[in-house]
Write a protein that binds this ligand. Structure first.
Ligand code: TRP
Ligand code: ZN
Ligand code: CA
Length: 451
């Protein structure tokens, strides 16, 4: 119980399931940031401390989890399927490991086909509760076999990565949440239940979901899901570092639990080593193995045992999970407080058409903040003439100021706060200004966005 300090109360556990952990938000960098510079460019080069390198995940540990799951199947009629005792025993095994390592675990029950199903959610205490990185795997097998590749492999790889987070006592910028889904084989039932029961405010805090289903196929391919570009690139970078070529996963997009997340607009990615599809000779040339044979000849069969695992594939993919969890939880590479400014003057025609001035934002990840600061410096001889909007990269307008016949003061020099959390950060933002009454005139002197 050396990690008992990380335990939470039962009430906190209930909150954790809903994604309502109330860990303190880490202090952000000092506001103001670097000095403003050229039109439309970030005011300084992005700098941040290098993310800690992920550890090597010991293959022996991953295989030890698989052996335990195999034994559980053996003791429970040969499978770990939804509604069967081997499934609940699998949940108990994984949960005990996580509890001992200091995770806040929650078992979520649901009913499917008249049987009780279980999802296991494990929160690693700390990190930004508004930026949650999730990694998961389905823990159920089909009823015809023990399900070692499908999906003891992903379940064991995610479990050992979570245990490595604990061993490292990792303190990531983002909040980490691991999940083991029930009843995937009945049609993604458990993961859909989890997503559907998450309030929309909690869904929007999930910055990404990483899925691992079949990552140790005996005649393996190395497939990366073609979904969120940043997640996909993280996996490709890992494999490029190994010098192992990858291909895009095409054996059925939407056939695993990431689809439940993707369906509600959450960024997803994952890895896969192939199911019943046949390995081509070109694939055998680059990856080894046997051309003309299925990636997994025991897919959904009784022979999907611990003998149905390619150790190299399981080893590489377990390390890839850790690499992605470490890299993607480290937070934005662009520090908060970054200022993007445009200083070029734009004349505002008297009682005329709207004019715009652009600021280009690049190199950030995810959405703009809920407290986006819009600093405006408009010189004008009667500011009541002016209607001012912020336009997001997709064109969505946020009204900053309406016109007013009675506001005769000069200039609009102020900072507005906009909830821009529904907008992608990167892209061209515009300040739109229209002068709607005759006589007085002016110009946009400068304006800036502070993220
Ligand atoms: N468990 C999945 C299934 O039975 C396995 C699978 C098939 C898969 N194709 C996939 C997993 C593509 C991820 C991606 O359907
Ligand atoms: Zn399956
Ligand atoms: Ca005017």
């Amino acid at each position: 119980m050396s990690h008992s300090a990380h335990r939470r109360t039962a009430a906190a556990t209930a909150l954790a399931l809903a994604g309502l952990l109330t860990a303190a938000v880490p202090a952000t960098a000092a506001p103001g940031g670097p000095p403003a510079s050229a039109p439309g460019s970030p005011a300084s080069a992005a700098t941040s401390p290098a993310a800690l390198a992920a550890p090597d995940i010991p293959l022996a540990n991953v295989k030890a989890h698989l052996s335990e799951l195999q034994s559980i199947a053996g003791a429970n009629g040969g499978n770990r399927a939804h509604g069967r005792p081997g499934y609940k025993a699998s949940i108990d095994y994984v949960k005990a490991k996580l509890d001992a390592a200091g995770f806040t675990t929650t078992v979520q029950q649901f009913t499917s086909s008249g049987a009780t199903g279980y999802n296991l959610i494990a929160d690693w205490p700390g990190g930004d509760p508004n930026q949650v990185l999730m990694a998961g795997a389905h823990l159920d097998s089909v009823s015809s076999g023990p399900g070692m590749n499908d999906n003891g492999s992903g379940s064991a790889g995610v479990l050992e990565t979570a245990l490595a987070v604990s061993r490292a006592q990792l303190q990531p910028a983002k909040h980490l949440r691991f999940a083991w889904w029930g009843a995937e084989e009945l049609g993604l039932v458990g993961s859909r239940y989890y997503v559907n029961n998450l309030p929309s405010a909690e869904r929007s805090k999930i910055s990404g979901y990483l899925n691992f289903d079949m990552i140790g196929s005996p005649n393996p391919g190395y497939f990366v899901y073609d979904d969120d570009p940043a997640i996909e690139q993280t996996f490709k970078d890992f494999y490029a570092g190994l010098g192992v070529p990858t291909e895009i996963e095409t054996e059925g997009d939407g056939r695993s639990d990431h689809a439940s997340f993707k369906n509600v607009g959450i960024a997803v990615g994952g890895l896969f080593t192939g199911a019943s599809r046949t390995k081509s000779s070109a694939q055998a040339q680059k990856w080894g193995g046997t051309a003309g044979q299925a990636f997994d000849r025991c897919y959904h069969s009784s022979c999907d045992t611990t003998s149905n695992i390619n150790d190299t594939a399981l080893d590489r993919n377990s390390d890839a999970i850790a690499h992605a969890v470490w890299t993607l939880s480290a937070g934005s590479t662009v520090p908060p407080g970054e200022v993007y400014e445009t200083t070029g003057d734009v004349a505002i025609p008297d009682n005329g058409a709207a004019v715009t001035s652009s600021v280009t934002v690049s190199g950030r990840t995810g959405n703009a903040p809920a407290t986006l600061k819009v600093g405006v410096d408009i010189k004008h001889t009667w500011r009541g003439d002016l209607v001012v909007d912020l336009l997001a990269p997709d064109g969505t307008a946020y009204r900053l100021k309406n016109s007013s016949g009675s506001d005769s003061a000069d200039n609009v020099i102020t900072t507005y706060t906009v909830n821009a959390s529904a907008e992608a950060a990167n892209g061209t933002w515009k300040l739109r200004v229209q002068d709607v009454a005759a006589q007085d005139t002016g110009y946009i002197d400068s304006w800036r966005l502070t993220f």
